[in-house]
Design a protein around this ligand. Structure first.
Ligand SMILES: *[C@@H]1O[C@H](CO)[C@@H](O)[C@H](O)[C@H]1NC(C)=O
Ligand SMILES: *[C@@H]1O[C@H](CO)[C@@H](O)[C@H](O)[C@H]1NC(C)=O
Ligand SMILES: *[C@@H]1O[C@H](CO)[C@@H](O)[C@H](O)[C@H]1NC(C)=O
Ligand SMILES: *[C@@H]1O[C@H](CO)[C@@H](O)[C@H](O)[C@H]1NC(C)=O
Ligand SMILES: *[C@@H]1O[C@H](CO)[C@@H](O)[C@H](O)[C@H]1NC(C)=O
Ligand SMILES: *[C@@H]1O[C@H](CO)[C@@H](O)[C@H](O)[C@H]1NC(C)=O
Ligand SMILES: *[C@@H]1O[C@H](CO)[C@@H](O)[C@H](O)[C@H]1NC(C)=O
Ligand SMILES: *[C@@H]1O[C@H](CO)[C@@H](O)[C@H](O)[C@H]1NC(C)=O
Ligand SMILES: *[C@@H]1O[C@H](CO)[C@@H](O)[C@H](O)[C@H]1NC(C)=O
Ligand SMILES: *[C@@H]1O[C@H](CO)[C@@H](O)[C@H](O)[C@H]1NC(C)=O
Ligand SMILES: *[C@@H]1O[C@H](CO)[C@@H](O)[C@H](O)[C@H]1NC(C)=O
Length: 539
């Protein structure tokens, strides 16, 4: 697809032209409200060097605004995380539990119960914003048994979405509900560049009478890590970082980590180093995309009135605790993500250590648009006051919830039949990255007096992991057995509260919040997890 000649783009733009008239009449004052851009990457870590290749992005967004050093996801996996971004809810409230249709990833149930209340729908219906989407949506989007690419989620004025999961070539886009196939010609089909081009066209031809919300969601740096031709020899001596948690045995950790072979095989190490380089190469095109969007806004005189968010759906690991490569784990490398924001009223070159999460993106964006977030069912909270310097840690939350439901079926992983059922992602060299009993929930605490993580597993051992991130940033030592019993009980109580929270009750004071009052009478029976699904089935 090339610029305006592409048939898909033409239909997007016809749409733009048709929309200009009526919208200006309906939203007379709307043009004074700020525009909002959200760039969402896929699998981009912040702790193992992921921002390194993104020098222009760091300069144009981070240095021009605020960089958050404690930004987390509510679930370290694409589909549940993306659902949290769109709905502003924790997984237990949006019910997207994994990347499959059965796990509600873009399922009919999701389309019926959650999608209509996603923040872009509120922006468009009640805020008078024109809304534009380009890129990867939810992993199962476009499945024939869930409406196909004809399904355009409510809330989007212009819809340019990838069918299914991340790709760079040979894919199908839904262009406002019509399929558009792409081949493997760099100058026409390289997806990161296609997204950049269609985004620039939107900025060029959109209505100038309404503010806009634009979400650009790159498949990079997700596998299959296909770089643009001009970047394929870059970083050719780079290796994954050999941090203190690289290639060591997580002996005091949960079952899945304990089963990882240590040290990793040489072929695993080679594989992960190669993947690491390719991930960085794909990011160079993302860096170009960000630069093009910022430059375009500047040329059009709209940059000063536009907020730009840059983030990711989950972190990533390459060799940590001898897991070759993936996400899905409770550790910092998988749950912490980059987050940089620039915009009107955000002073440049700021760093914030405040605890924010992906469930806060929707509330923050709605707040920017002037929409009262209290009217929604969202679990997150607006961090706009933090960015504008109106709020410090004494008025902010001290903990968030992380939830993950492990994947792994009753049939063996075909890559490693010998390991039996219940495990998955056993690649390369039969090291499994997931299992049905890698099902956990954590409280992640960040307060002036504590930087802690408390997690419980839904497995046969009802395993508990606790880390003091202040003392142990690489999470080498699980202190569950040595930590003060009273702290442990409070954290357990807090976890139970958060796992059953909804809306306002998700925003109550945490254990390390001065306002918190611990009432032992409210203590839920410890470890009241439901029995795991597979153990029931296998009985
Ligand atoms: C899928 O979502 C629907 C609607 O929210 C919910 O009733 C159902 O329990 C969810 N399924 C799973 C597996 O969580
Ligand atoms: C794209 O599809 C063509 C035709 O099936 C195939 O030859 C080519 O290898 C594919 N390229 C990529 C990058 O997937
Ligand atoms: C993007 O647009 C530029 C400028 O028109 C063009 O040279 C390039 O081939 C386009 N890339 C893709 C992938 O469409
Ligand atoms: C690495 O890339 C540079 C150019 O960027 C090239 O000159 C050099 O030969 C490459 N080295 C290897 C080992 O491929
Ligand atoms: C694996 O790599 C190490 C370090 O490079 C080397 O010493 C060792 O001989 C290699 N082992 C095999 C089996 O190739
Ligand atoms: C931000 O900091 C960098 C590095 O210290 C500096 O080069 C840049 O000029 C600063 N930007 C602004 C907008 O103050
Ligand atoms: C939203 O609710 C909070 C807590 O109840 C309250 O402090 C705040 O003023 C409300 N905001 C608006 C815009 O109503
Ligand atoms: C935080 O903000 C409150 C209310 O504005 C103020 O009273 C307090 O002094 C501030 N604390 C710090 C550490 O800046
Ligand atoms: C995804 O979740 C659903 C609902 O819990 C479950 O039936 C399905 O087996 C899960 N998929 C995988 C791959 O674990
Ligand atoms: C987790 O599941 C695997 C695969 O079924 C099983 O071998 C292992 O014993 C289980 N571990 C725990 C702690 O539940
Ligand atoms: C965590 O470690 C810090 C630094 O060593 C220490 O001051 C603090 O008391 C520890 N917190 C807990 C809960 O163990």
């Amino acid at each position: 697809m090339m610029g305006l000649k592409g048939s898909g783009l033409r239909s997007l733009l016809i749409c733009v032209t048709l929309w200009t008239g009526p919208s200006s009449a309906l939203f007379g004052h709307a043009n004074r409200r700020p525009n909002i851009v959200l760039v969402l990457t896929d699998d981009l870590d912040v702790l193992i060097g992921g921002l390194n290749p993104l020098s222009k992005t760091k300069k144009l967004i981070g240095d021009a605004g605020m960089t958050f050093t404690n930004a987390f996801v509510a679930s370290p996996l694409c589909c549940p995380s993306r659902a949290s971004i769109l709905t502003g809810k924790y997984p237990h409230n949006h019910h997207v539990v994994n990347n499959t249709l059965e796990g509600n990833c873009s399922s009919r149930a999701w389309q019926k119960s959650e999608e209509p209340h996603a923040f872009p729908a509120l922006l468009k219906a009640y805020g008078g914003y024109q809304t534009f989407f380009a890129g990867k949506y939810l992993n199962q989007y476009g499945r024939a048994d869930a409406g196909g690419v004809e399904h355009v989620p409510p809330g989007w004025s212009y819809w340019f979405a990838l069918e299914r999961n991340s790709k760079y070539y040979n894919y199908t886009m839904s262009v406002n509900g019509k399929p558009q196939k792409h081949g493997a010609d760099y100058s026409r089909d390289y997806l990161t560049d296609v997204l950049a081009n269609v985004s620039l066209d939107f900025l060029q031809y959109k209505s100038s009478y309404q503010p806009f919300f634009m979400m650009v969601s790159t498949p990079a740096p997700h596998s299959p890590w296909t770089a643009a031709p001009q970047y394929q020899d870059r970083f050719n001596t780079t290796k994954a970082p050999r941090d203190p948690n690289f290639n060591i045995h997580g002996a005091n950790k949960h079952w899945l980590i304990r089963q990882a072979k240590t040290p990793m095989t040489n072929s695993s190490v080679q594989f992960l180093d190669e993947a690491f380089r390719k991930r960085w190469q794909t990011l160079l095109s993302v860096d170009d995309l960000v630069e093009k969007i910022v430059k375009k806004l500047e040329v059009r005189g709209e940059l000063d009135n536009t907020y730009i968010f840059f983030t990711s759906d989950n972190g990533y690991h390459t060799g940590q605790f001898s897991l070759p490569l993936d996400k899905r784990q409770l550790y910092e490398f998988d749950i912490k993500v980059p987050l940089m924001v620039r915009g009107p009223n955000i002073k440049p070159n700021q760093t914030s250590q405040m605890l924010v999460a992906n469930i806060d993106l929707g509330p923050t964006i709605l707040d920017i648009a002037g929409y009262n977030v209290n009217k929604t069912q969202m679990d997150g909270m607006s961090f706009l006051p933090i960015m504008e310097g109106r709020l410090n840690s004494s008025g902010w939350r001290s903990d968030i919830l992380v939830e993950y439901e492990g994947e792994g079926s009753e049939v063996s992983d075909p890559a490693c039949p010998l390991l039996g059922p219940g495990v998955s992602e056993c690649f390369p060299d039969c090291v499994c990255e997931d299992s049905y009993n890698n099902t956990y929930a954590c409280v992640r605490t960040v307060a002036p007096s504590a930087d802690l993580q408390y997690c419980e597993f839904d497995d046969n051992e009802v395993f508990v992991e606790v880390y003091n991130v202040t003392a142990d940033p690489y999470q080498l030592t699980n202190i569950a057995k040595t930590i003060d019993q009273e702290v442990l009980e409070k954290m357990n109580h807090r976890l139970m509260m958060l796992q059953s929270c909804s809306g306002q009750t998700c925003r109550t004071p945490g254990v390390y919040d001065p306002r918190y009052k611990f009432d032992p009478r409210q203590l839920f029976p410890p470890h009241s997890w439901r029995p795991s699904r597979l153990s029931q089935r296998m009985k």
